[in-house]
Design a protein. Structure first.
Length: 116
């Protein structure tokens, strides 16, 4: 017997996929090639701008994803979730850190050269 959708835990792959969907406009804004160095505040402002006020997407058999620029919040689940009572999977500084890591955005304060 299969588990109901609301009991299916998100894998790390699911969380990264939700992050990529929620920040797709941010990725397009960065463009191709190596992104310019950005401070955490600059990344946060760009994410807020591109994530917008409130949006989401859902389809049968796919992750249900909701995002909000204020607070840099991303919700995701395998069920239709209620963003008012459920905690986001990522928010605030963690969203900025994930953007820096995932999109390989250099920190201008870090004088260490990238090894990759």
């Amino acid at each position: 017997m299969s588990r109901p959708d609301h009991l299916i835990a998100l894998s790390e792959t699911d969380k990264v996929a939700a992050f990529k969907v929620a920040t797709a406009s941010f990725a397009r804004k960065l463009g191709e090639g190596d992104p310019a160095p950005m401070t955490d505040d600059q990344i946060a402002a760009a994410l807020r701008d591109t994530m917008g006020i409130f949006a989401g997407c859902a389809a049968p058999g796919r992750l249900h994803i909701t995002w909000q620029g204020a607070g840099l919040k991303i919700w995701a689940s395998w069920h239709i979730h209620n963003h008012v009572i459920e905690d986001p999977i990522i928010q605030g500084a963690a969203t900025v850190a994930m953007a820096r890591t995932h999109y390989r955005i250099p920190d201008p304060a870090n004088r260490q050269m990238s090894l990759f």
